[in-house]
Ligand binder design. Structure first.
Ligand SMILES: [Mn+2]
Length: 337
């Protein structure tokens, strides 16, 4: 859990700062947005001028959260974002640990000279902040945000709405507590949040029962036509070409979770999703047990991430990326298990 000394420093920085900017990673997910909006809601009650500036926009299924409509997207409103950043007295980096995760916003943030706090749960943090709260064992950044709020003495400021933001991050980063959630702490936090009034069934519906017709059809196509398994490794993968994405009116976020499905097959321990983008092939990897897909992604796909969940990129043709996976994964598994 979060060290009290770090929280004390964080609280002191908040006390002396009026303009605070909270920054989630590029393509923010439920955890990044949930943590950002929860912290934003708390700090506004502390009478601070707080803005959330995201590198780009985030999906519709997270827009119900309090304050979501006021999040400034750097990609869409860069002048406004730059103005807010230039006046910042304190920055929070939430749910990422390297400035490259900000993509096109990185250079602007590097120029901001104020104090910075990072709260994150990804491995191998970079030294990008004055206060670094980095807990790779935590299920979600929202778990850490809850602990920070509690230890800072702000717990009574957590409304039902803010508790639902925190719950969303825990729910989305653990697949509704189905993975990466074996430590008892997380259940104590969920119990507290439900005690505050979180309607967990409502949150589940808002986040997961909000698929577009196109997305459901793309999922059907992916599983029915484009999922394959390896003969010489307990692995399966899905590949989707640019043409297929176009055919199903692909929007960012539509493929969220697709990579998990091959793991539902008996005997499959490694899963991959390959998607052809205009300038590169994007790869998501998942595994079960001790298989380090982050290491595999570092070696072959210019990426990294968690032991059981990693991402990467490949510069070349879709079939070349798939062939690297088919050829190298069996060797990798022999050498790493
Ligand atoms: Mn996260």
């Amino acid at each position: 859990m979060v060290e009290t000394t770090a929280v004390t420093k964080l609280r002191q920085l908040v006390e002396v700062s009026d303009n605070i900017v909270i920054i989630p990673h590029h393509n923010p997910d439920g955890d990044a947005i949930g943590a950002s909006l929860a912290l934003c809601g708390i700090l506004r009650q502390k009478k601070k001028n707080v803005n959330v500036v995201s590198p780009n926009s985030f999906p519709e299924f997270l827009q119900w959260m309090p304050g979501a409509k006021e999040v400034i997207s750097f990609e869409d409103e860069s002048e406004k974002a730059k103005a807010v950043l230039s006046e910042a007295g304190l920055l929070f980096f939430l749910d990422f640990n390297g400035l490259s995760r900000l993509r096109s916003m990185e250079s602007v943030v590097r120029e901001v000279s104020c104090m910075k706090v990072m709260i994150d749960h990804h491995p191998e943090p970079e030294n990008i902040a004055d206060v670094i709260i980095s807990e790779p064992d935590a299920s979600a950044t929202c778990e850490l945000i809850y602990d920070v709020i509690k230890k800072a003495g702000w717990k009574e400021l957590i409304s039902k709405e803010l508790a639902e933001c925190i719950y969303t991050g825990i729910m989305t980063d653990t697949g509704s507590l189905s993975y990466n959630s074996s430590r008892p702490e997380i259940y104590h936090i969920v119990a507290d949040l439900v005690g505050i009034g979180v309607d967990k069934d409502k949150v589940h519906k808002l986040v997961f029962h909000s698929n577009s017709f196109d997305r459901m059809r793309l999922l059907g196509h992916a599983l029915g036509q484009k999922m394959f398994r390896l003969d010489d490794a307990p692995a399966a993968y899905i590949e989707l070409s640019a043409e297929e994405l176009k055919r199903f009116n692909f929007k960012p976020g539509d493929s969220e979770g697709f990579v998990n499905y091959p793991l539902w097959i008996e005997g499959i321990s490694v899963s991959a999703l390959f998607m052809e983008h205009p300038d590169k092939i994007k790869i998501s990897l998942r595994s079960q047990g001790d298989i380090p897909v982050n290491k595999f992604s570092e070696m072959y796909f210019n990426g990294g991430g968690h032991l059981n969940a990693a991402g990467g990129e490949f510069y070349g043709e879709l079939n070349e990326a798939v062939n690297v996976f088919r050829k190298e994964l069996p060797v990798f598994l022999k050498n790493n298990l």
